[in-house]
Design a protein. Structure first.
Lengths: 112, 115
């Protein structure tokens, strides 16, 4: 059974710092991996989707990498801002006919 | 383009009462998901639809939960009767098809409080 773990559970950094959020999964046979952002009391906003054949995806200050063989993905946030404060979740799916499995998320606080 | 729409945003009911949530996915999206999210946890799938067909409902507590997606567009999730432990956020998401690699788009959720 696929399990997704996110470390750390919470992170507090000063504004301007570069940071890395980690996501690991137990079954490396994934179809894709998606990173989301969730603000308090809100739904999830899609940040990046990495297909199984890809190694990374970039959007603005965000870069997500995928290493299937080791069952890991990282989300890199450059030059963090207070507006980046949110919970970041990763989810994997093992195929077109499979559903997503989510991690519990990392709560990020960027202090001004 | 409008995103995934959910209503109501908040619902407070007493235990043993029925409750229903409604979801309108992004236009043209064939796949619709209902998730349950408890505080401090990631979303957990309740049911997934491909058009009108429920293709994964293995995690849906069928003794009290039911769902439908008539005409393959809007969907309704119902709980009857509600229990205290059902208090959570119910999220709806949709995705297009194989060409989009199942990228999911979420609605704002319905926060349910059962008293």
């Amino acid at each position: 059974k696929q399990e997704v773990t996110q470390i750390p559970a919470a992170l507090s950094v000063p504004e301007g710092e570069n940071l890395v959020l980690n996501c690991s999964f137990t079954d490396s046979a994934i179809y894709n991996l998606q990173w989301f952002r969730q603000d308090p009391g809100k739904g999830l906003t899609s940040l990046l989707l990495i297909q199984s054949s890809q190694r990374e995806q970039t959007s603005g200050r965000l870069n997500a990498s995928l290493d299937k063989s080791s069952g890991r993905s990282t989300l890199y946030i450059a030059a963090s801002q207070p507006g980046d404060s949110a919970t970041y979740l990763c989810a994997v799916t093992q195929g077109q006919g499979f559903s997503f499995i989510f991690g519990k998320g990392t709560r990020l606080l960027v202090k001004p | 383009e409008a995103g995934v729409v959910q209503s109501p945003r908040y619902k407070i009911i007493e235990k043993k009462q029925p409750v229903a949530f409604w979801c309108n996915p992004i236009s043209g999206h064939n796949t619709l998901y209902w998730y349950l999210q408890n505080l401090g946890q990631g979303p957990e799938l309740l049911i997934r639809y491909e058009n009108e067909e429920a293709v994964d409902d293995s995690q849906l507590p069928k003794d009290r939960f039911s769902a439908e997606r008539l005409k393959g567009v809007d969907s309704t999730l119902k709980i009857q009767p509600a229990e205290l432990g059902d208090s959570a956020v119910y999220l709806c998401a949709s995705s297009l098809d194989v060409s989009s690699y199942n990228e999911q788009f979420f609605g704002p959720g319905t926060r349910l409080t059962v008293l």
